[in-house]
Every structure is written in C-alpha cells, then in structure tokens.
Design a protein around this ligand. Sequence first.
Ligand SMILES: NC(=O)c1ccc[n+]([C@@H]2O[C@H](COP(=O)([O-])OP(=O)(O)OC[C@H]3O[C@@H](n4cnc5c(N)ncnc54)[C@H](OP(=O)(O)O)[C@@H]3O)[C@@H](O)[C@H]2O)c1
Length: 337
Amino acid sequence: MRVFQIQDSWGFEHLQLATRADPQPGPGQVLLRMKAASLNYRDLVVPNRGYGSFTGELPLIPVSDGVAEVVELGAGVSRVQVGDRVCPCFHQGWLAGEPDLERLTQTLGGPLDGMMADLVCLPEAGVVKVPAHLGDEEAATLPCAALTAWSALVSHDTLGPGSRVLVQGTGGVALFALQFAKLLGAQVTIISSSDAKLARAQALGADAGINYVTTPEWAKAARAISGGRGFDHIVELGGEKTLPQSLRCIRPGGTLSMIGVLSGASLAAPLGLVVTRRVRLQGITVGHRDAFEAMLRAIEQHRLRPVVDRVFAFEELKDALRYLQSGAHFGKICIRH
Ligand SMILES: NC(=O)c1ccc[n+]([C@@H]2O[C@H](COP(=O)([O-])OP(=O)(O)OC[C@H]3O[C@@H](n4cnc5c(N)ncnc54)[C@H](OP(=O)(O)O)[C@@H]3O)[C@@H](O)[C@H]2O)c1
C-alpha cells in the first residue's frame, strides 16, 4: 500500500511517499480503507518531532484525522460492520472518563501511525460511525478540530441562549467553535487577521468581528461588544500574545479554554485577574470517544456541515501542509486518498 511517512530522521524534508505491506486485522481489530484525511496545525509540528516530546519510532505515518470504510473485521469484532464509514478517534485509548497519561499519549499521527496510508488497522474500540449527510472530506475534519471545540464549549461549560463566546481566528478549531456556539444559542464574536475572513465568519453566523491586526488591543473593543459585561467563554487559540487580552475581556467567573499556542507558549499574563475575577483556565486536549459520539449526534441532528477550504490529492501532502502553514485557509484543509 501507499503511505506518506517521516522516514529515518525527523524534519519536514524527511516526509516521503513510500510503500508498506498491507496490514491484516488481528482479533478485535478492523481494517480500514482510507477515503480522506484532514490537516490540523499539529501536523505541521509532528514532522519536527512533535512538541519535542515524541518518543515514538520512525518511520512514522503522519496526520491524525480521517474517514474510512471498514473493509475487513478481525475475530470477535461487533461494534462495526464491513461497509460502515468511520472516523478513527484521535485518542485511541481514551474512551470515556477522566484522562490519564496512558489515555492521552496514544494519539494517531504521532506517536501512533496516522492516516496517510491506503489501509489502516485499528482496534474496533478506536473508531466511530459518522453521519450519512457528510461528504468524505467533511467527515474527515471531525476527530481533532471539531472534538476539541466541542469539549471546550459543551463538555467543560454550560453555555446556552444568551451566552457570549469569543473565538480566535478562522482556522479549523475556530470555525467548529463558531458553529457549536451558534447551535447552543450563544452570541459569538470572532477575531481574525482578515476583514474578508471576518465577513465569511459573519455569513456563517458570527454576530460580531474584530480584526486583531488593525485593532491590536482588541480586548477593549471585544468588551464593548459584550455590553461591558465580558465573555462567558473564550476559545483561546493564540496563547502567549492573546491570553493577556483574553483576561481583560472574560467576565468574572468565565471560562478560558486553553487550546492553542499559535502566538507562543510562554506564560506572561496578568495572573492577578485570574484570581480577582475568579476566571477558570481550562486546559483542553481534544476529547474522549463518548464526547465524539455525543458531538456526532448533534452534528447529525442539526445537519451541521464542516467548513472545508480546499482539498488536495494524496500525493500533494507537502503542498497541503505548506498551504496550512501560510495561514490563508478558512476552516479545514483536506486530503483525498
Ligand atoms: N489542545 C488541543 O486539544 C488542540 C486541538 C486542536 C488544535 N489545537 C491548537 O489550536 C491551535 C489552532 O489549531 P487549528 O488546527 O485550528 O489551526 P489552523 O486551522 O491552522 O488555524 C490557525 C488560525 O488561527 C488564527 N491565528 C493565528 N495566530 C493568531 C493570533 N495570534 N491570534 C488570533 N488568531 C490567530 C489565524 O486565523 P485568521 O487567519 O483568521 O487570523 C489562523 O488562520 C493550534 O495552536 C493547535 O496546535 C489544540
């Protein structure tokens, strides 16, 4: 079968097309024929040895997210059938409950082999069936970006009609956060580097937008949009440079979902505000299978459609990653197998 793999050394330049023997499903495993994959910011980081923490071995097949058809069952499999369309779970070992190190470290696309292969073999427990109304590329976007946004807004908060949510950027996690916050009935403010992207976000349902390049001190404008009260929930994707501003426009008692570090990973923020405004800093790391299945029920019920920016061919993975790195995208970038 065809694979893309990080060959014998870490680094983007060692990402190569190659072939491997077709995998065979063992007891309790399913064989998947991949239909599509989608990229996350993380897929730019993994070829350079993850966040410095991967101990996994090379060669490594990158990319965590995809959708596939079940083509063969190992002995004893009962959760899925041949012909089902499924997404592999990002955290292969985290089915429900509280995280622990074992559950959090068994992740696809590093250190476990990922989706850039024609065939993938996984435990039946590590896949979920996807709604029929979604196209393959749309379904491929769900395991990481969508579940991260869902975990932040639904699993770790109690938002509802009238809640105020601020979302940073217009990438994968951000647009799912916008869509889920609207499902919950919240008022949503988006910050973006681009007026054109803000207009598109408003067409998708965002109630207000701020350009964080032309308004670098965006917290004041954001607070005004929230009627002076502050936001109930901020989906924090920028990290180092955005957290100080988020702390100035979160409401007392509000939740800051700490998800991304796009502007840096060091902490240099007015922590006094966390204390005096009793702010909750909630770390998010994707989510477990139970939450994935709850999210899929909501997506199906509301016929929600992920925003796919562009689709590349399997062989064009490096071009797709460069496009992701450029930041020109709005929503998700996908790969067709
Ligand atoms: N903790 C988790 O479980 C988890 C899961 C998924 C992702 N993440 C992290 O979340 C972040 C976003 O991931 P993604 O896959 O959604 O990325 P993405 O699709 O590449 O989105 C990136 C977008 O973020 C916006 N952005 C960049 N710098 C910004 C800044 N300083 N302030 C505000 N917005 C900024 C830009 O939007 P505009 O072009 O509109 O400005 C950019 O297009 C990454 O750091 C990723 O590692 C974490």
